[in-house]
Design a protein around this ligand. Structure first.
Ligand code: SAH
Ligand code: SF4
Ligand code: F3S
Length: 467
C-alpha cells in the first residue's frame, strides 16, 4: 500500500511529530513497525480510517492484516446501535494478551463510541492497556498522540469544538477503483433515536474547491467510481458563503473530464429538492439511484422521530423523482420498534415498502442510545414482538426484491467490472444500484462494459457482455 496523496498541505506540526515518531521508534529498536486497523460502522468511518492509515504511514508504520504482528492496533468505533458497541469491547479486550507478548505494542480506540465521555472513561479506567483514546474531531492529530504516548502518559483527547475541517491529511486508500470522498462531516438533525449528532458534532461542509481537487486527483489516479459521503449530503453547503449547494456540487463534479461514476449517500428526504432531482437526471455520470431513508411509514412515528416529513411528503418525493429520472432505483433505512410504535404503525411501514418497491433495504430494530430523547420514551413492546415484525418486513422485502430483479431481465446496463467472483465469473454495478454477474476476463476489471441482463437466480442477476 502506498501513500498516494500529497502531504504538503497537512499541518506542519503534525508532519514534524510524525518525523519524531519515526526517529523514536528506530531509537527504541522497533524495526519496521507495523499497524493494524479495525474499522466498525459506516462509510464515514471507513473513509476516516483511510486517513488514519495515511498518517500512520507518515509516522513510518507499514500496514498489516495480521493483528498478532502489529506494533500499533487501532479500533475505529461506531455507536449507532448497542450491538456495534458490544463487539468493540470484546475486540479491545483481546489486545491485553498481545501486549504481554509485545511490550512495544500501542493500542488506540477512536471514533463515535470513543467520543462518548462515559465510554472513553470506561476505556481509561477499566482498560489500562489502551494507550490512546481520541474523538471524531481530533483524528488529524494522530502523529502528535503517538509521540506523546511514546514519550509520556496515556493520551485521552475528546475535544468536540466543531473547528474548521483539517485538509490535506495523507490518505492511504483501500482500493484503486472505487473511492470514498467525504463532502461534509457531522449532523444537525437530531433525530430523536440517533447518537450521531452527539458524537460527530455539528454539520461542517468541506470547501467545494477541496472536493473538486480530491475528485480530480482520484480520477487522474484511475478511480472509476466516487462515493460522496455525508450524513445528509442534501444539506451540503448550508450556511457557507460560497453558495454551492449539493445540486451545484454534483454538477461541478460531473463536469470533471473523464469516464467515471458518481454515487452519494445519505440523502435526507426533508432536504431533497426538485432542483437536486433535476441535477441527478442531467448529470450522466451520476448513478440513477437514491438512498433515501424513510425510517417509518407512520406519520405519527415520523413526528416522534423528529424527521421533518410525513408519509405523504415522502411518497410525493418518490413520485417526483420517478417522474424526472426514468428507472431511478431507491434504497432505504428502516427502524422497527421505535418507542411507542404499535403494530398499526408498523403496518404503515410495511404498506409503504410495498408501495414504493425499494431495490434493497437496510433494516434495524430500534436500539436505545443513552443521551438521546427516544431513550427516555416509554417502550412497552417486547424485543420478541419487535423481532416478529422485523421478520415480517424481511419476508415482504424479499418478495419485492425478487419481483424487481426479475423485471430487469432484458435490460442493458453499463456496468463497472469490479472483480472476479469465486466461481470465475465477473461482477459489478450498473448505473443503478443492482449488481450483475457475467462471463468476462481480467482485462475487463476496472473498465465499463455493457451487459444485457439474462436471468435472476439465487439472489443474483446474471447477464452477457454485449460490448
Ligand atoms: N444520516 C443517515 C443515517 C445514519 S445512521 C440518515 O439520516 O439517513 C444509519 C441508520 O441507522 C439510520 O438511517 C437508522 O435507520 C439507523 N439507526 C440510527 N440510530 C438507530 C437506533 N438508535 N436504533 C436502530 N437503528 C438506528
Ligand atoms: Fe442520525 Fe438523523 Fe443525523 Fe441521520 S439525519 S445521522 S439519522 S440524526
Ligand atoms: Fe456509526 Fe459513527 Fe457512522 S455512530 S454509523 S460510525 S457516524
Amino acid at each position: 500500500m502506498i501513500l498516494s496523496e500529497k502531504t504538503n498541505g497537512y499541518l506542519p506540526e503534525q508532519c514534524a511529530y510524525a518525523k519524531r515518531v519515526q526517529a523514536l521508534l528506530t531509537e527504541r529498536g522497533v524495526v519496521s513497525p507495523k499497524a493494524h486497523i479495525v474499522t466498525f460502522g459506516c462509510q464515514q468511518n471507513v473513509s476516516d480510517s483511510e486517513r488514519i492509515k495515511g498518517m500512520l504511514l507518515l509516522c513510518g508504520y507499514s500496514l498489516t492484516e495480521e493483528i498478532t504482528e502489529a506494533d500499533f492496533i487501532l479500533f475505529n468505533t461506531c455507536a449507532v446501535r448497542g450491538h456495534a458497541e458490544d463487539r468493540v469491547y470484546g475486540n479491545v479486550g483481546a489486545t491485553k494478551k498481545l501486549k504481554q507478548a509485545n511490550p512495544n505494542l500501542m493500542v488506540s480506540v477512536c471514533g463515535c463510541m470513543a467520543q462518548q465521555q462515559s465510554v472513553a472513561s470506561k476505556f481509561y479506567k477499566s482498560y489500562p492497556y489502551v494507550d490512546i483514546v481520541f474523538g471524531t474531531q481530533q483524528y488529524h492529530r494522530l502523529p502528535e498522540f503517538i509521540y506523546r504516548r511514546i514519550t509520556g502518559k496515556r493520551v485521552y483527547e475528546l475535544t468536540l469544538d466543531n473547528a474548521d475541517i483539517v485538509e490535506d491529511i495523507p490518505i492511504s486508500r483501500d482500493g484503486d477503483l472505487k473511492g470514498w470522498l467525504p463532502i461534509m462531516y457531522g449532523c444537525n438533525n437530531f433525530c430523536t433515536y440517533c447518537i450521531v449528532p452527539y458524537v460527530r458534532g455539528r454539520e461542517r461542509s468541506r470547501d467545494p474547491q477541496e472536493i473538486i481537487a480530491e475528485a480530480t486527483k482520484m480520477i487522474n489516479d484511475g478511480f472509476k467510481e466516487i462515493m460522496l459521503l455525508g450524513q445528509n449530503v442534501n444539506s451540503y453547503g448550508k450556511g457557507e458563503s460560497h453558495g454551492i449547494n449539493f445540486e451545484k456540487l454534483l454538477r461541478m463534479i460531473n463536469d470533471i473530464p473523464g469516464d467515471f461514476r458518481i454515487r452519494f449517500m445519505t440523502s435526507h428526504p426533508k432536504d431533497c429538492t426538485e432542483e437536486l432531482l433535476d441535477a441527478i437526471r442531467d448529470c450522466k455520470k451520476v448513478e440513477r439511484h437514491i438512498h433515501l431513508p424513510f425510517q417509518s411509514g407512520s406519520s405519527r412515528i415520523l413526528k416522534q422521530m423528529n424527521r421533518h416529513y410525513d408519509r405523504e411528503g415522502y411518497l410525493k418525493l418518490i413520485s417526483a423523482a420517478r417522474e424526472r429520472i426514468p428507472d431511478v432505483e431507491f434504497t432505504s433505512d428502516i427502524i422497527v420498534g421505535f418507542p411507542g410504535e404499535t403494530y398499526e404503525d408498523f403496518c404503515e411501514t410495511l404498506s409503504l415498502v410495498k408501495e414504493v418497491k425499494f431495490t434493497s433495504l437496510f433494516t434495524f430494530i430500534y436500539s436505545p442510545r443513552e443521551g438521546t430523547p427516544a431513550a427516555t420514551m416509554p417502550d412497552p413492546i417486547s424485543r420478541e414482538e419487535k423481532g416478529k415484525w422485523f421478520s415480517e418486513l424481511l419476508v415482504t422485502q424479499d418478495e419485492i426484491s425478487k419481483e424487481l430483479n426479475s423485471s430487469l431481465i432484458g435490460k442493458k446496463m453499463r456496468v463497472l467490472c469490479e472483480e472476479e467472483t469465486a466461481d470465475g465469473l465477473f461482477t459489478g454495478k450498473g448505473e443503478y444500484y443492482s449488481s450483475v454477474t457475467f462471463e468476462g476476463n481480467h482485462d475487463m476489471i476496472g473498465k465499463f462494459v455493457t451487459v444485457r441482463v439474462e436471468k435472476y437466480e439465487n439472489n443474483t442477476l446474471y447477464g452477457t457482455v454485449i460490448n
